[in-house]
Design a protein around this ligand. Structure first.
Ligand code: NAI
Length: 329
């Protein structure tokens, strides 16, 4: 149909927004035949900058961009939204404790969860990119009791893509030859990039690489600490790659993963792989038509078990902290 799909983006005047909006508007999310209406949320002091971004969107004359609405009220901006990309968050500033950060973001994601609950379209799908992404998604979900829990997700696709890039380099193959990469757990330094089920041109990646030292001392820490390495090199955090991953995540969720492959998404745990039920944790998932399924039946070796458990423990601690702050509705 030619009814525009309404895509809400928060933090639209930020770094990631500056890359994300133009790609969505040009059809990278929904394809060249689907008109898109952007609904952009910012805090009041950033609206002027956002007006400038909208001027640039106008100036691109994208054929797929059917309209843009901006504002600082989540109730208005989320009205009728089919897709919500929650990118805006409160960054950690000097002297801010972890608890302060959770509380500041809690204030954002409780309000946005409630606004989605009241105003989004029935087919809403929510992706949280803003950090701490998993726990922000948990807060939004908990404040949106009328939206099915499986409509909420958090972004670990950037970690997934980083892992693909590292494995491709190590094996001297193209990323097109790689399948079944998995990121488990939290989008944090405890995340576990797992190549034991991954394939390189049809062969098991761990067996092909056959290099435990590389796995433990290079691959895993490189993926876990890539965000910090980008900040160190660029002077600001990853933005274009985060925008690309946000699009990959939301597009694959709507359009489906390829036969014989899967992707990584942080979704509500159903207890699979021993991850406590209710946590929003990254899993290998297949998707089709806006639904996902956690890949079942993978054998988890001891090495992986310890790492999956450690990240789940961290997620449990974050949940307990926001619960204690009364942010889970
Ligand atoms: P940024 O600081 O450039 O932009 C964030 C924007 O959000 C700002 O314009 C700010 O005004 C806005 N904002 C703050 N509170 C808001 C609210 N209540 N409603 C609407 N907008 C609000 O940050 P950047 O670089 O664009 O990153 C955004 C977030 O994404 C950060 O939390 C960052 O840590 C996270 N991130 C997550 C990644 C992931 O893989 N999950 C990767 C990279 C970044």
């Amino acid at each position: 149909s030619n009814t525009p799909v309404k895509v809400a983006v928060t933090g639209a005047a930020g770094q990631i927004g500056y890359s994300l909006l133009f790609r969505i508007a040009s059809g990278a999310l929904l394809g060249p035949d689907t008109p898109v209406e952007l609904r952009l949320l910012e805090i009041t002091p950033a609206l002027k900058a956002l007006e400038g971004v909208v001027m640039e969107l106008d100036d691109c004359a994208f054929p797929t961009l059917a309209g843009v609405e901006i504002g600082d009220d989540a109730n208005t901006i989320f009205n009728g939204a089919n897709v919500a990309l929650l990118v805006g968050a409160r960054p950690r500033t000097k002297g801010m404790e972890r608890g302060d950060l959770l509380e500041a973001n809690g204030a954002i994601f409780t309000v946005q969860g409630k606004a989605l609950n009241e105003h989004a379209a029935d087919d809403i799908r929510v992706t949280v990119t803003g950090n701490p992404a998993n726990t922000n998604a948990l807060i939004a979900k908990s404040n949106a009791p009328d939206i099915p829990a499986e409509r909420f997700s958090a972004l670990t696709r950037l970690d997934h893509n980083r892992a693909l890039a590292q494995l491709s380099r190590k094996t001297g193959t193209s990323v097109n030859d790689l399948r079944k990469m998995t990121i488990w757990g939290n989008h944090s330094a405890t995340q576990y990039p797992d190549i034991f089920h991954a394939e390189v041109a049809g062969k098991n990646a761990a067996e092909l690489v056959n290099d435990q030292a590389w796995l433990e001392n290079d691959f895993i820490p490189t993926v876990q600490k890539r965000g910090a390495a980008i900040i160190e090199a660029r002077g600001s955090s990853s933005a274009a790659s985060a925008a690309a991953a946000t699009i990959d995540h939301a597009r694959d969720w709507l359009k489906g993963t390829a036969e014989g492959d899967w992707t990584s998404m942080a979704v509500v745990s159903d207890g699979s792989y021993g991850v406590p039920e209710g946590l929003i944790s990254s899993f290998p998932v297949t998707t089709s038509n806006g639904n996902y399924e956690i890949v079942q039946g993978l054998e988890i070796n001891e090495f992986s078990r310890a790492r999956i458990d450690a990240s789940a423990t961290e997620l449990g601690e974050e949940r307990d902290a926001v619960q204690a702050l009364g942010l889970l509705g």
